[in-house]
Design a binder for this molecule. Structure first.
Ligand code: TYM
Length: 334
């Protein structure tokens, strides 16, 4: 049976790319009646230094964002990773399955470690193996993510296949990345060649889910563009990454295709299109940030939701981990 799993790191505020590329899809899959498990991956967050108080705040804020965007703690399992020890335990097993050569091909490690990889943590290097454990601890089959996570989900398939092969079992399923729609790669508002990111030093490069209406409108007004009007046909966006990005954002926010955006707005100048986009963004995002602020006023309730979710998650992961230990040959007599 299909089972959906995905996760987001609790680092900084959620940005528009996370919302359109991930959370919005999470909500759709939940509302389609699929079995959905959504994690706040705090173990992954500490692969680079996190101030402890900031990490707690970001974890709760991400939980509030999940709920404010329409995830329902009854329909979906919502929890933070460190409350379910099976992630780390299965992660260790997978560290022993994964080959160094596979890890050396991971582009996100290269991006995040930068030039001085000697100073990166061992955890950052092993990150994709823990991500495979997140997914496979639930035997999840469908993983909605943005384009930048595709390589990690493909590695998850390799890890599952090697485990099954080495131990001669058909235990871990094949996992499918779900990367669909106009918003799988939202770009920076300041530079159409860089993806929008929580960690970009320029706050003007992204829209945060915590931004108020004025800030959202201002960032869109100041977004980098070229001087041409929007093209009359979609292929006119070729070689115009900033224009394409704004069209994609519009399409994803309005739940229409980029073709439809061009059909409605083709030929208009950015002086007209940007205010229309800003109005749409504020209409869709302002209620989310208001609801987040409301939820954040009751941290005890957020913690209760995460604890309950973690209990439900562990009920699924525990027997899968027990079986894994048995397959591997660990004696369990306690
Ligand atoms: P993270 O926290 O960097 O991002 C969370 C999700 O947002 C997507 N995303 C984007 N989508 C479109 N445009 C963008 N500019 C953009 N930026 C980010 C990401 O693709 C992701 O889906 N490794 C993961 C977290 C993770 C995970 C997992 C995901 C840990 N374990 C298991 C799925 C399954 C990460 O760092 O995402």
């Amino acid at each position: 049976t299909p089972r959906v799993f995905s996760g987001i790191q609790p680092t900084n505020h959620l940005q528009l790319g996370n919302y359109l590329g991930a959370v919005k899809r999470f909500v759709e899959m939940q509302n389609d009646g699929m079995e959905t498990i959504y994690c706040i991956v705090d173990l992954h967050a500490i692969t680079v230094w996190q101030d402890p108080a900031d990490l707690k705040h970001a974890t709760r804020e991400l939980a509030a964002a999940y709920l404010a965007c329409g995830l329902d703690a009854e329909k979906s399992i919502l929890f933070n990773q460190s409350q379910v020890p099976q992630h780390a335990e299965l992660g260790w097993i997978f560290n022993c399955v994964t080959r160094l050569g596979w890890m050396n091909r991971m582009t996100q490690f290269k991006d995040k470690a930068g030039k001085n990889a000697e100073k990166a943590s061992l955890g950052l290097y092993a990150y994709p193996s823990l991500m495979a454990a997140d997914i496979l601890a639930y035997h999840a089959t469908h993983v909605p993510v943005g384009e930048d996570q595709k390589q990690h989900v493909e590695l998850t398939r390799d890890i599952a296949a090697k485990f099954n092969h080495d131990y001669g079992v058909e235990f871990f399923p094949e996992t499918q990345p779900i990367i669909e729609g106009a918003a799988t790669r939202i770009m920076s508002l300041r530079d159409g060649s860089k993806k929008m990111s929580k960690s970009d030093p320029s706050d003007a490069s992204r829209i945060n889910l915590t931004d108020d209406a004025d800030t959202i409108a201002k960032k869109i007004r100041k977004a980098k563009t070229d001087p041409e009007p929007l093209p009359e046909a979609l292929d006119g966006l070729e070689g115009r990454p900033e224009a394409r990005n704004l069209v994609n954002i519009y399409a994803a926010l309005a739940d229409i295709s980029p073709e439809q955006v061009i059909a409605e707005h083709g030929g208009t100048q950015f002086g007209q299109f940007k205010p229309a986009l800003a109005e749409l963004a504020v209409e869709k995002l302002a209620p989310i940030s208001e609801e987040m602020a409301r939820l954040m006023a009751d941290v005890a309730e957020i913690d209760r939701v995460l604890g309950k979710g973690a209990e439900r998650a562990a009920e699924i992961a525990e027997p899968i981990l027990a079986k894994t230990y048995d397959i591997v040959g660990f004696v369990r007599s306690r």
